[in-house]
Ligand binder design. Structure first.
Ligand code: F3S
Length: 780
């Protein structure tokens, strides 16, 4: 199939730079103590260091305590962006003034496609509704040489697995499930747009060296157990925070029994435990998958490297490699699991699920089962589901719950169509949605017409089952009372025939129209299509990644959804004088509090418009009211209204807050928006680490109280000047910083503060933002 594939034409740009990486690995070996064994993830990460000596020897006691301590400055090989987050990533990239991206990159239009009645109707409607955004993305892709996958081409992670991921690759993706690519032996990390820009302009991207959690797999899956159950089980063991600061590396004999796509499912959901990413070593499942996806040359190169002696082996861990922690999972005894509702770590083995449903009084029936998505739409997943549908159809059964299928890409959809799998699923009553995120990201219009039954009203408790990866409240149908239970696609499919949450397809039977009880036999499928992958509709192939300087990036000046970015003002030539306290936040302040999602998502490419939601979830420390701020004259208004008023008057401001300011996500808008509206300092009791970094990147100074009780001494509308900040920035982070607070009655007080600014980050603040600094370097 290689000759017919567009992918084959460009396989060289998709091959990891192995000679360079091997050279870098030997340099790393020379720097580290001779007896220092490396895990697989360490080999790949460290061979992508810009300057191995600087990263591995600074603050690590000469390389003996890298994990958890070193600040890695990395040069990723590639960047992938989804349509929602690509907007701000590209707007930021454009302001750097480069003619093309420094590394290969791709854009995938998947998040903005609604799922309702099926691909044929939904896709054209979504393209119409988002035309200006897709036109912008396509024109920017053409200008800067980024491969553009149009709406309907597929979901970012499936497309990346089929085309770009490869053993030993390091890539960034502007989506939290980017680690899916680790199933094919890549280090793939989910980031915000500003981080992606680092890679796109060839600036080193910084990462605190993760600790390594080893997961040893033993035995072999059989029957109803699937790769999804490995990660559902692990999520239950680790909880949603258990992987924070860790990279998960799988090893052990069980690895050789898994398919490449199964490993991708496992890595995909590593995001649910907070892990930096997850990775599998090169194994027998990878070679046929690379060959079937037209990358036989990469398979051959990788095989050769993986057979090298240990010192030069980039694609396998050293035999003496040590993990910071090890968890063992026996695949032979692993039971199917169901996780949820409302959190992916609430894990219940199938055999116990019905009693838990009764005990917790969860609904005993469910309205919809959804299979596919970026997590679970492989050929193995779909053919295993198909085998169950065939059994049930032969017994005269139809699904009782509405049954939706989301193929992850046009390649997999076209292949399933050719092999009649989709026809089997459709004739049983399944609805095939567009190759896009749809219901997984809340783009799900549930209607009685589409579902063939009344749909629950907002706030009404109900259940659905999906083979997706996330199940936070409101994520799928916008109803926070909808309980989404996560399971393997085969389990979801079988359960749809019962429509009952208490049904166990391994033990229970369903009455057939003839009165005979029907019991499912375990599902069966094929990892790869015997006739190879079909290309599908050629209209969904990507544009080539060749820059065209003559292309004009399309942004309508009247647009409400897109706006060019103006560079932020640099730091003044002295300390800040008389900033004013815009708001004193009481209690929790997450990135959702600072930049709400939901309907605001459509303004992600328009900073002035999305800034209208700034801090609207914040609670006023003086009054207890949410989103009510007071100007100096006492007049009350919303927080963004006051910020806008002050911005117009040239009054810059600070926010005072409590603990863990900015927890929740890497949402960069939560830093961009306050900066756009005139915020210069956030003074908090403590910060969430990722948000603190995002603030620095956008030129906002995060300071913490040296004495927490000083929080009580500052009020809204106080005037705050910094003392020692300018000096400290000039000295690259050295020196004390205080703030002088002028109260309304004219009295003043000094408040000592702390900061975590590194030398590089001081440069961001002085330049006004990391982007300003990058743009200056590009110009020079
Ligand atoms: Fe899309 Fe859901 Fe995956 S939003 S990228 S299908 S997690």
């Amino acid at each position: 199939h290689e000759s017919t594939s567009a992918a084959a034409a460009d396989v060289s740009s998709r091959t990891p730079p192995y000679p360079k990486l091997l050279d870098r690995l030997s340099k790393v070996r020379r720097i580290l103590p001779s007896d220092r064994a490396l895990t697989l993830a360490e080999k790949i990460l460290y061979s992508h260091l810009d300057d191995p000596a600087e990263s591995l020897l600074t603050n690590t006691q000469n390389g003996s305590s890298i994990r958890g301590n070193a600040n890695l400055k990395l040069k990723p090989d590639r960047v992938a962006m989804q349509d929602a987050s690509a907007q701000m990533a590209l707007l930021q990239f454009m302001s750097c003034g480069l003619p093309s991206t420094a590394v290969p990159a791709s854009i995938h239009c998947d998040h903005m496609i609604v799922g309702e009645r099926g691909a044929d109707v939904d896709l054209p409607a979504s393209i119409k509704g988002n035309k200006e955004v897709f036109d912008f993305l396509e024109s920017a892709a053409k200008k800067y040489g980024i491969e553009f996958w149009p709406p309907g081409a597929g979901i970012i992670h499936q497309t990346v697995l089929e085309n770009y991921s490869a053993p030993g690759l390091m890539m960034l993706g502007t989506d939290s499930h980017t680690p899916n690519a680790g199933g094919l032996g890549a280090i793939a990390i989910g980031v915000g747009g500003a981080d992606a820009v680092d890679a796109l302009v060839d600036a080193p991207w910084e990462l605190k060296a993760p600790k390594i959690l080893g997961v040893r797999l033993e035995g072999e899956l059989s029957g109803w157990a699937s790769p999804k159950d490995v990660i559902l089980n692990l999520a239950g063991q680790l909880t949603v925070r258990g992987g924070t600061g860790f990279l998960i590396e799988y090893f052990g004999p069980g690895v050789e029994t898994l398919s490449c796509t199964g490993m991708a499912t496992i890595c995909n959901m590593g995001a649910e435990v907070g892990a930096t990413t997850s990775i599998f070593p090169l194994s027998s499942g990878h070679i046929p998958y690379l060959e079937a996806t037209h990358r036989g040359s990469i398979a051959r190169l990788a095989s050769r490297i993986s057979m090298a002696n240990e010192a030069e082996n980039l694609l396998r861990p050293d035999s003496a490699a040590e993990y910071d922690n090890v968890i063992t999972i026996n695949l032979s005894t692993l039971e199917p699991h169901i996780n949820g509702p409302f959190t992916p770590d609430l894990s219940t083995p199938l055999s116990q699920f019905s009693s838990v449903v009764e005990e917790k009084q969860w609904p005993t029936t469910f309205g919809a089962g959804l299979i596919g998505s970026c997590t679970n739409s492989s050929y193995a997943d779909m053919t295993r589901a198909e085998s169950l549908v065939k059994q049930a159809s032969a017994a005269g059964l139809k699904p009782k719950a509405a049954f939706y299928i989301t193929p992850g890409s046009e390649q997999i959809r076209g292949t399933l169509e050719r092999d009649s799998t989709l026809a089997t699923l459709s004739s049983a009553g399944g609805t095939v949605l567009a190759n896009a995120c749809g219901p997984c990201i809340g783009q799900w219009s549930r209607s009685a017409e589409a579902e063939g039954a009344d749909v629950p009203k907002k706030g009404e408790s109900n259940a659905i089952f999906s083979s997706y990866n996330r199940n936070f409240p409101g994520r799928n149908d916008g109803n926070r009372a909808t309980m989404n239970f996560l399971a393997s696609p085969e389990l979801v499919t079988a359960m749809c025939y019962a429509g009952e949450t208490t049904f166990n397809p391994m033990t229970d039977s369903i009455p057939t129209p003839s009165g005979e009880p029907f019991k499912f036999q375990p599902p069966q499928g094929q990892d790869l299509p015997a006739a190879g992958f079909a290309q599908g509709n050629p209209e969904f192939l990507p544009t080539p990644g060749i820059p065209d300087a003559n292309t004009t990036v399309q942004i309508d000046p009247q647009s409400s959804r897109l706006a060019f970015l103006e560079p932020f003002q640099p730091f003044p030539d002295s300390d800040f004088k008389d900033l004013r306290v815009l708001f004193k936040v009481k209690g929790q302040c997450t990135t959702d509090t600072i930049s709400a999602a939901g309907p605001w998502l459509k303004y992600k490419g328009h900073l002035p418009n999305i800034s209208e939601n700034t801090l609207i979830g914040a609670v006023n420390a003086a009054t207890g009211e949410t989103n009510v701020a007071h100007d100096v004259d006492g007049s009350a208004m919303t927080i963004p209204a006051l910020a806008k008023k002050w911005k117009e008057n040239g009054q810059e401001w600070i926010v005072v807050a409590e603990h863990n300011y900015g927890e929740g996500s890497a949402r960069e808008h939560a830093a961009l928006q306050p900066r756009y509206l005139g915020g210069r300092v956030i003074l908090a009791k403590s910060f969430a680490r990722i948000h603190e970094t995002n603030l620095k990147k956008q030129g906002i100074v995060p300071l913490t109280f040296a004495n927490e009780t000083d929080y009580d001494k500052i009020d809204a509308c106080d005037e705050v000047s910094t003392v020692g900040l300018y000096d400290m920035l000039k000295k690259g982070g050295q020196g004390a910083v205080e703030v002088e607070v002028k109260k309304k009655d004219g009295s003043t007080l000094r408040v000592p503060t702390k900061h975590t600014l590194s030398k590089d980050q001081c440069g961001f603040i002085i330049a006004g933002s990391a982007l300003n600094l990058l743009a200056r370097k590009v110009r020079e």
